[in-house]
Design a protein around this ligand. Structure first.
Ligand code: HEC
Length: 155
């Protein structure tokens, strides 16, 4: 009796599962084009993208140094992407960035300062890796939400 119930249900479950998977996958595909555009001039965009590439440089140095137990280099590499990385930002940039973007951007720089502090105060590698895993959530969240678009000349 129990077996019969399962047999009659199976053919219905599979199409339902397929339909469920479709609804899960399709919004994700559409979301790729739904990132909010931020209009920046060439200098502003150049600054932001350079900063982004510097994040990758810093992460590469931090991870290599962690593997070598080289806490001095971990601290130095993290510090370069702390709040000081914003000091040369074009003065016009901040006003063009949406509030929610800044609320992800600032804590990301702060987190790199905190990683530098943590390395200097002797936190263990697993603790620092945990901090890195947490801060990388900001990278993922912001990239899922925003894209940069060149503004017309003079904007
Ligand atoms: C507050 C938002 C924000 C945060 C936080 C952020 N990014 Fe980005 N990043 C962007 C945007 C916007 C772009 C441009 C995407 C586009 O236009 O398609 C970008 C682009 C990049 C690029 C491409 C650079 C290029 O030259 O094209 C890299 C690499 C990158 N980010 C790495 C990172 C890493 C690593 C982190 C975290 C440590 C990070 N980003 C955190 C917003 C952010």
């Amino acid at each position: 009796m129990t077996n019969n119930t399962i047999r009659t249900r199976r053919p219905r479950t599979r199409p339902m599962l397929a339909a469920l998977l479709m609804t899960m996958v399709m919004p994700a595909v559409q979301a790729a084009d739904a990132r909010q555009p931020i209009l920046l001039n060439e200098e502003e965009q150049g600054f932001v993208l350079n900063e982004m590439r510097q994040y990758v440089v810093s992460l590469q140095q931090i991870l290599t140094a962690l593997a070598d137990d080289d806490v001095i280099t971990v601290g130095q590499a993290a510090r370069t992407m702390g709040m000081q990385a914003m000091s040369n930002a074009p003065p016009t940039l901040m006003g063009k960035l949406p509030m929610a973007f800044r609320q992800l951007g600032m804590p990301t720089h702060k987190a790199f300062d905190e990683i530098a502090d943590a390395a200097e105060s002797g936190e263990t590698t697993p603790q620092i890796l945990s901090r890195l895993g947490t801060v990388l959530n900001n990278c993922v969240a912001c990239h899922a939400s925003y894209r940069l678009v060149p503004a017309a000349q003079g904007q």
